[in-house]
Design a protein around this ligand. Structure first.
Ligand code: SF4
Length: 479
């Protein structure tokens, strides 16, 4: 595998604080492999249908008896989209029939009400996230109605203390709507851009004029959103290092607080829309590595800090500050600054994390409506964590969020002697140490700058279920 050879536009050397990751093409080419993104541990493919509604009720009861209540994170899933993007791997329903959203909203409010009753008295919300699908598929009025309902059912921390975010497809909103969303209580916004190149946009069926997107970014700032985030994807059809450089220049000029650069994982056997992508147009592995290298170089040059996985943030953004202070957390929405919360998720296919459990809602609208008509929460599967799961979850969280693990701290929190409990994992880590990905001391496991882009590989060492899992591309490439 060649090293990074793409021509780079000269940039001012980044300040020391932004040198948070190192690109090593040889290592990435040799070691990148399929792996989970660890938004949960155990990962969702370990959930079973022996965990149902009653188990969820027990989990909430256990939270009540635990004494000190944690604040809540709420997630609301709006599954609808107007048109399909060919790269999409989300749980969504593509329809132009707006009636469907009205029916869904009625049931969603019912689920929110039931969850509110379960958590009454311990219902302080510090974090809210609307995802999809396309949350802004809901009209202004529908969104206002839902936000009012949420505020009636839960107690929200003040705007200055809470993190209230929404994913916005810039094609679906006007600058005026952005101001309305701010008034409705959102203070963080995440905008899907993916790529500004018109040919790439055409190849993935997502036509999104640059001027429109810029207007939405500018409106977000003018409306007073505390953090504006932009999502990009590398590895899409017709992308090259040149188109990526142009997109990066435009995004950096728009000056968002956070930038996520996701790797497109082409898995048409799992995700039907991807079958409409012309495989001959997909960039080669070398081109993808060149694009990733370019992203890291340009974003570091512009002063962004590498947070982990696909995320970059300005050093002053809450995510970067939380990482510095050791309180960064990772959940189904990615990285978050509110570590110690129970996650209550509403909507079709949404996943909650309450106490030592994960639980996922049914995936079809019919099953969702049926469960709520029976006055049951629509939980269809989940998992109760064993002590071993909780230990490994804690360890993997630390690796993904802080790039280091304190061995004495883990030994204090769990009844183990680390070197004995993880003897075989430590052996595997020694090989990674030889490759320069990690350093191991009696007190710390630390991921090196060049190990950070392969953080999933390091985390996978501690995933007890991976070895037992059937081989095959169930997960996306780590790079
Ligand atoms: S990528 Fe987003 S907007 Fe596009 S189809 Fe998927 S969920 Fe909908």
């Amino acid at each position: 595998m060649r090293s990074n050879v793409i021509p780079l536009t000269p940039a001012a050397p980044p300040p020391a604080a932004t040198q948070s990751v190192e690109f090593d093409a040889e290592l990435l080419g040799r070691l990148a492999k399929s792996g989970p993104r660890y938004t949960s541990y155990p990962t969702a493919d370990r959930f079973t249908d022996s965990f149902a509604y009653r188990d969820y009720l027990q989990a909430v009861a256990a939270v009540r008896t635990r004494g000190a209540a944690k604040p809540l994170s709420l997630y609301l899933h709006i599954p609808f989209c107007d048109v399909v993007c060919y790269y999409c791997a989300c749980n969504k329903i593509v329809t132009k029939n707006r009636e469907k959203a009205a029916t869904y909203l009625g049931y969603l409010k019912r689920e929110v009400g039931m969850q509110g009753l379960l958590f009454s008295g311990i219902n302080e919300v510090e974090q809210l996230h609307f995802g999809g699908g396309t949350p802004t598929y809901l009209s202004d009025e529908q969104m206002g109605e839902l936000m009012d309902h949420l505020h009636r059912v839960f107690r929200f921390a003040p705007d200055s203390a809470g993190e209230y975010s929404i994913e916005v497809d810039p094609r679906t909103v006007s600058p005026e709507r952005i101001h309305t969303l701010r008034r409705q209580g959102f203070n963080r916004i995440s905008l899907g851009v993916q790529d500004f190149d018109p040919d790439v946009q055409k190849a993935v069926n997502r036509i999104q004029p640059e001027a429109e997107t810029r207007a939405i970014i500018d409106a977000s700032r003018a409306a007073g959103f505390r953090s504006v985030s932009v999502d990009l994807i590398y590895g899409l059809p017709l992308q090259t290092a040149t188109t990526m450089a142009q997109t990066l220049d435009k995004v950096i000029a728009a000056n968002p607080d956070r930038i996520a650069v996701y790797h497109y994982a082409h898995m048409p056997h799992l995700f039907k829309p991807q079958r409409r992508i012309n495989e001959a147009d997909l960039p080669s592995s070398d081109t993808k590595l060149a694009m990733l290298s370019l992203c890291i170089e340009r974003l570091a040059g512009a002063g962004y800090v590498y947070i982990g996985m696909d995320h970059f943030a300005k050093p002053t953004d809450d995510l970067a500050v939380a990482q510095q202070q050791g309180r960064l957390h990772r959940n189904f929405q990615g990285y978050s600054t509110h570590a110690d919360t129970d996650l209550v998720s509403c909507g079709v296919s949404a996943i909650s994390a309450v106490g030592a459990t994960y639980s996922q809602n049914v995936k079809t609208l019919d099953a969702y409506y049926d469960a709520l008509d029976r006055n049951e929460l629509p939980v269809s599967r989940g998992i109760r964590l064993s002590m071993d799961d909780a230990l490994r979850r804690s360890l993997i969280q630390k690796l993904m969020c802080q790039f280091e693990v304190s061995i004495p701290a883990l030994e204090q929190a769990f009844p183990i002697v680390f070197s004995k409990y993880f003897a075989s994992e430590l052996e595997q880590l020694r090989e990674m140490e030889a490759d320069g990905l990690v350093t191991i001391s009696p007190e710390w496991i630390s991921v090196s700058m060049k190990g950070r882009l392969l953080i999933r590989n390091v985390a996978m060492v501690f995933d007890r279920y991976l070895a037992a899992r059937a081989a095959g591309p169930r997960h996306s490439q780590t790079i």
